[in-house]
Design a protein around this ligand. Structure first.
Ligand SMILES: Cc1cc2nc3c(=O)[nH]c(=O)nc-3n(C[C@H](O)[C@H](O)[C@H](O)COP(=O)(O)OP(=O)(O)OC[C@H]3O[C@@H](n4cnc5c(N)ncnc54)[C@H](O)[C@@H]3O)c2cc1C
Length: 300
């Protein structure tokens, strides 16, 4: 294999196990893990990959993906080193532009400290801004797109387009953003609110998460989407599957829609457990569960 001439300021890691970059702590190596340092670097990376015919994907904090144990013969691009955050005061709050690789948690803490409100109900979702928009992440009745103004998207041709939220259709944990597209940055409108009130709400959300979710063990959050407004954990619990395990992949006793890694789980164990849950829930309750989590590299 010939050595690629990256010619970028950022970093290129080779043969990196994805278990280090996913919250489930499973997954084999990818050919390249690339960290562009700025948008110019990112454009250059896409050009190099295209010229060499190498497939690529974008990853944020890896909190909604499960990568196959054999890994992927592809490049994975992380834009977490491209950072910008710009506040513009409005009549009753702020319009804020933030880079796509920014941690959602850090962003929420930052604007809370400035007395701006809008995303506190999403506090402690462990993803990045880009990953959260792609997944239309949400919790406690709010979703990231509720206060979104627009996003800047880089497409596979290397073109950058700004899309207004009102012209985009987001669904339950779905978005129109394609796998080949990168959310470079997003603009949110936030309202002024008493800092104490914001902090109280964030504390409440964090407390509820700790109470309801198995935060002490590696996981990918909810495995399945809700069904007709009903949370999936209800069906899994009713099917008597809490605590069921394959290898070290286990259906959490605390929250039946979480699969936790008890230590040495493999992606194969997790995939088998997902199939088992789908089969049992369908047979016992006639309900078809659909994955919220993305499974990478399992085809064939
Ligand atoms: C303990 C725990 C709790 C969770 N709680 C919630 C919750 O309450 N609500 C909820 O909705 N989710 C929850 N999640 C799931 C997950 O955190 C969210 O889906 C999150 O938004 C994913 O962000 P990420 O950066 O980790 O994305 P990744 O997992 O890295 O990627 C997810 C998808 O986004 C794409 N992507 C990533 N970055 C970009 C980008 N810049 N541009 C374009 N596409 C991109 C990836 O290609 C992939 O398709 C939880 C997960 C865990 C582990």
């Amino acid at each position: 294999m010939t050595e690629l001439r990256w010619g970028i300021q950022g970093t290129v890691l080779k043969n990196v196990p994805m278990k280090r970059y996913t919250s489930m702590k499973v997954g084999g190596p990818v050919q390249y893990l690339v960290y562009p340092l700025d948008e110019g670097d990112l454009l250059h990376v896409l050009k190099v990959l295209k010229e060499d015919g190498i497939k690529y994907r974008f990853v944020g904090n890896g909190t909604n993906i499960i990568v196959n144990d054999n890994g992927l013969n592809e490049a994975v691009i992380r834009i977490t080193k491209i950072r910008h955050l710009k506040y513009r005061k409005t009549r009753d709050g702020a319009s804020v532009e933030v880079s796509g690789g920014t941690s959602l948690k850090r962003f929420i803490k930052d604007h809370a400290q400035r007395g701006f409100s809008g995303l506190e109900r999403l506090f402690w979702i462990p993803g990045t801004i880009g990953g959260a928009i792609k997944m239309n992440a949400g919790s406690f009745g709010s979703s990231i797109t509720d206060v979104l103004e627009n996003i800047r998207v880089l497409d596979a041709r290397g073109d950058i387009t700004t899309f207004a939220r009102k012209d985009m259709s987001f669904g339950h944990r779905t978005s129109p953003i394609k796998a080949s597209e990168c959310v470079l940055s997003a603009q949110f409108y936030l309202k002024e609110r008493d800092k104490k009130e914001i902090t109280e709400e964030m504390k409440y959300v964090y407390g509820e998460r700790k109470r309801r979710h198995p935060m002490e063990l590696p996981s990918s959050g909810s495995i399945f989407k809700g069904v007709n407004g009903e949370p999936s954990w209800k069906f899994i619990e009713k099917a008597g599957l809490k605590g069921f395990r394959i290898g070290d992949a286990c259906i959490s006793e605390k929250h039946a829609n979480f699969i936790v890694n008890l230590g040495a789980a493999t992606a194969k164990d997790i995939k088998m457990l997902i199939e088992k849950i789908k089969k049992e829930v369908f047979e016992k309750e006639g309900v078809s569960l659909k994955e919220e989590v993305e499974l990478w590299g399992f085809n064939g």
